[in-house]
Design a protein around this ligand. Structure first.
Ligand code: ADP
Length: 640
C-alpha cells in the first residue's frame, strides 16, 4: 500500500503534548532514568513475545535467544537500544507512541496544580515510560517490526518531542524494536560506555533478559589489527539477567528490590515495604509483594488496573492478574510466579481454579501480615503514611473479606475523642486498653466531616464521663461499622442510635434519669403532639449536657450518613423518622415548658428540631420555614 510507504506527519494528542513538556522539564534533574524506562519496555516486549510464542512458535522466526542491546556512539552522540521482543505494527506505533492513552491520563491532568514542585512529584507517580527518552534526546527514532510479520512491514517513527511525529515504512530484517536517541548537547554522558554501564547496573540488574553492550576496546597492541579488519564487535551482558524473584532473599539487596518495584509498578518512588516468599509443598509459587508509598490518582476508579504480574514457571503470562488479591488490597503491586498453573491459563480459568483461590487467601494473609509488621515497627511512621494513603481502601476489607475481619480490624486506625485530633492514628487495641472498668462497648459517632463528628451533641455525656468515642467521618465508615460489629468481644455502638445505656452508670445515675423522665413527662407529651409528623418519638435524655436536643436513630433504622450517601446516589431509602431527645435541664427546655402560647410553643419546638438536624450535618427539608420561624422569634425579641 503506497499510503503506508509515504512519510506521514501526525500531531500528538493535545494531552500528550502537555504531558511531554511537563515530563521533560520536571525530570531533568534525574535524566538517567530514561534508560531504566526504555529497558523496562524492552523487557516487557520480550515477555509478551515469549508468551505469544507458546501458542505460535513461528513468531520466533527461528530465533529464541532474547536480548536487549545497548550501543553508544560518541561521535554521533547517540545511544541505541534494540530488543528482539514482540515489536509493533504501524497502527500500534501510532496508538502507543502517538497518544498517551493510559488509563487515568485525564484525571491525572486534572490533578495537576500548576505548582512545578508538586507537579513533578505527581509525574513521578504517573510513570513516564517511552517519553522519558525526550529528557535527554532532541530527536528520537523508533524502528520496529512486529514478530512474525514480513520484513517490509517495518516502520520508522521519528519525533523531536514537540508537536508532531512522523511515520514511514522502512523494512526491518529482525523482529523487535530499536530506539535511537540523538542526545542533546548537554547529555553527552549517555554516549559514554562506562557511564551507561553503571546506570544499567543500577536500575536494570534484575531484568531477566541479558542487556548486552559491546566489550570495551582491547588493549593497545591489538587495536591496529582490529581496525584494519573491522573485527566483529563482541557483546557481553552488563546485568545479572536472572529474574529477581527467583534469587534467594539473602542475595538481593534493598536497592535491587526497589529497582524491581519501579519496573513492575511504573512508579518512580521507592515502595514503603515488600515481602518476598517462596512457598513449597502442595502448591508451589513465589511471590514478591510491594506496598507503594503513594496512592495512584485512579485508586477510586473502579477500572483502575490492579493485580499482580503473573508468571508461570518464569514465563510471563499477564499483567494485572487481579484474581490473586481481593479488591480492598488493590494497591498492592508485585509478581507471583506459579509452578502449578498451566502456561496457557486465561483470566477465565484463573477465576475458577481452586489453586488460585488458595493462593489468593495465602497472599491476602501475607499482605495483612506485612502491614501488621509495619504497624508494629518501631516508630510506626511508615504505617502512618500507609494509612493516610490507603486507609479508606483497607476499610472496605471487613465487608469483602469476613474470614480476615479480625486481622483487618487490628490494622484500622481512627480519630477518637482521646486525642481529638483529625489524624487517624488510634488502633482498636489502643481504645480497648483505655476502656473504663464497666464499659462493655466500643462507642463511635459518624458524621459528614471530622469537625461535625467532634462537636456532635451525642458526645456530651461521654466527654463528661470520660468515655472515649471513635470519631468517624470517612464515607465508608458507616458501612465499615455495619460489618465489623465487634472487636475483642466488644460490640460497636453508634452513640446516635437507640437508647443510651451506659453500663458504667451507677444506681444513683439510673435513679436520677428516671426522676428526670417523670418530671419532663408533660413537656415530652406536648412536643410529641406538635412534632408528630416529623419524628417517631420524643423523649427526655441524659446524654446532653450543653445542647438542648439531638436526633437519635432507631435501633434498626438506617444511619444518617448512610441515608445521605444513598440519597445522593439516587437510591431508594427506607422510610424512617428519627427520635428527638431533649435535655430537660437546658434553659430552652424550661422556656418551652412554661410557654403558654401554643403557636409560640410550636415555633420553638420546630426550631429546636431543625437545629438538631443542622448540628449533625443534615439538610433541612424546608429551610425557608426554619428561617421564617427563627425571624419571627427575633422580631418578638427585639420588641420585648
Ligand atoms: P507503558 O509502558 O507504561 O505502557 P510507555 O509510554 O512506556 O507506557 O509505552 C507505551 C506502549 O508502547 C507500551 O505499552 C507498549 O505497548 C509499546 N512499547 C513501548 N516500547 C516498546 C518496545 N520496546 N517494544 C514493543 N512495544 C513497545
Amino acid at each position: 500500500m503506497t499510503a503506508d510507504v509515504k512519510k506521514e506527519t501526525l500531531g500528538f494528542q493535545t494531552e500528550a503534548k502537555q504531558l511531554l513538556h511537563l515530563m521533560i522539564h520536571s525530570l531533568y534533574s534525574n535524566k538517567e532514568i530514561f534508560l531504566r524506562e526504555l529497558i523496562s519496555n524492552s523487557s516487557d516486549a520480550i515477555d509478551k513475545l515469549r508468551f505469544a510464542s507458546l501458542a505460535d512458535e513461528s513468531l520466533l522466526e527461528g530465533q529464541a535467544d532474547y536480548e536487549i542491546r545497548v550501543e553508544v556512539d560518541k561521535k554521533k552522540n547517540t545511544i541505541t537500544l534494540s530488543d528482539n521482543g514482540i515489536g509493533m505494527t504501524r497502527d500500534e506505533v501510532i496508538e502507543n507512541l502517538g497518544t498517551i492513552a493510559k488509563s487515568g491520563t485525564a484525571s491525572f491532568l486534572e490533578s495537576l496544580t500548576g505548582d512545578a514542585r508538586k507537579d513533578s512529584q505527581l509525574i513521578g507517580q504517573f510513570g513516564v515510560g517511552f517519553y522519558s527518552g525526550f529528557i535527554v534526546a532532541e530527536r528520537v527514532e523508533v524502528h520496529t517490526r512486529k514478530a512474525g510479520e514480513p520484513a517490509d512491514t517495518g516502520v520508522l517513527w521519528e519525533s523531536h518531542g514537540e508537536a508532531e511525529f512522523s511515520i514511514e515504512a522502512k523494512p526491518k530484517e529482525t523482529r523487535g524494536t530499536s530506539i535511537t536517541l540523538y542526545l542533546k548537547k548537554d547529555c553527552k554522558e549517555f554516549a559514554d560506555d562506562w557511564r551507561v554501564r553503571s546506570v544499567i547496573k543500577k536500575y536494570s540488574d534484575h531484568i531477566s533478559v541479558p542487556v548486552l553492550m559491546a566489550k570495551p576496546p582491547a588493549p593497545e597492541g591489538d587495536d591496529k589489527k582490529k581496525s584494519a579488519k573491522e573485527a566483529e564487535v563482541e557483546f557481553e551482558a552488563v546485568n545479572e539477567a536472572t529474574a529477581l524473584w527467583t534469587r534467594p532473599r539473602t542475595e538481593v539487596s534493598d536497592d535491587e528490590y526497589k529497582a524491581f518495584y519501579k519496573h513492575v509498578s511504573h512508579d518512580f518512588e521507592d515502595p514503603l515495604t515488600w515481602s518476598h516468599n517462596k512457598v513449597e509443598g502442595k502448591l508451589e509459587y513465589t511471590s514478591l509483594l510491594y506496598i507503594p508509598a503513594r496512592a495512584p490518582f485512579d485508586l477510586w476508579n473502579r477500572d483502575m488496573s490492579r493485580g499482580l504480574k503473573l508468571y508461570v514457571q518464569r514465563t510471563f503470562i499477564m499483567d494485572d492478574a487481579e484474581q490473586f488479591l481481593p479488591m480492598y488490597l488493590r494497591f498492592v503491586k508485585g509478581v507471583v510466579d506459579s509452578n502449578d498453573l498451566s502456561l496457557n491459563v486465561s483470566r477465565e480459568i484463573l477465576q475458577q481454579d481452586p489453586a488460585v483461590e488458595n493462593m489468593r487467601s495465602a497472599l491476602t494473609k501475607r499482605v495483612l501480615d506485612m502491614l501488621g509488621k509495619m504497624a508494629k515497627a518501631k516508630k510506626g511512621d511508615d504505617y502512618a503514611s500507609f494509612w493516610k494513603q490507603f486507609g479508606s481502601v483497607l476499610k472496605e476489607g471487613p465487608a469483602e473479606d469476613m474470614a480476615n475481619k479480625d486481622k483487618i480490624a487490628k490494622l484500622l486506625r481512627f480519630s477518637t475523642t482521646h486525642t481529638d485530633a483529625e489524624v487517624q492514628d488510634q488502633s482498636l487495641e489502643d481504645y480497648v486498653s483505655r476502656m473504663q472498668e464497666k464499659q462493655d462497648k466500643i462507642y463511635y459517632v459518624v458524621a459528614e466531616n471530622f469537625n461535625t463528628a467532634r462537636k456532635s451533641p451525642h458526645l456530651e455525656v461521654f466527654r463528661k464521663k470520660g468515655i472515649e468515642v471513635l470519631l468517624l467521618s470517612d464515607r465508608v465508615d458507616d458501612w465499615l461499622m455495619n460489618h465489623l460489629q465487634e472487636f475483642d468481644g466488644k460490640q460497636f455502638q453508634d452513640v446516635a442510635r437507640g437508647a443510651l445505656d451506659l453500663a458504667s452508670d451507677s444506681e444513683d445515675d439510673k435513679a436520677a434519669q428516671e426522676a428526670l423522665a417523670k418530671e419532663s413527662e408533660a413537656l415530652v407529651e406536648r412536643l410529641s403532639k406538635v412534632l408528630d409528623a416529623k419524628v417517631s418519638e420524643v423523649r427526655a435524655t441524659a446524654r446532653l449536657t450543653d445542647s438542648v436536643a439531638c436526633l437519635v436513630v432507631g435501633e434498626h433504622d438506617i444511619g444518617a450518613q448512610m441515608r445521605r450517601i444513598l440519597e445522593s446516589a439516587g437510591q431508594p431509602v427506607p422510610e424512617s423518622r428519627p427520635i428527638l431527645e431533649i435535655n430537660p435541664a437546658h434553659p430552652l427546655a424550661h422556656l418551652l415548658d412554661t410557654e403558654q402560647d401554643e403557636d409560640r410553643f410550636s415555633n420553638l419546638a420546630h426550631i429546636i428540631l431543625d437545629q438538631a438536624t443542622l448540628t449533625e450535618g443534615g439538610h433541612l427539608e424546608d429551610p425557608a420555614d426554619y428561617v421564617s420561624r427563627m425571624n419571627a422569634l427575633l422580631v418578638e425579641l427585639s420588641k420585648a
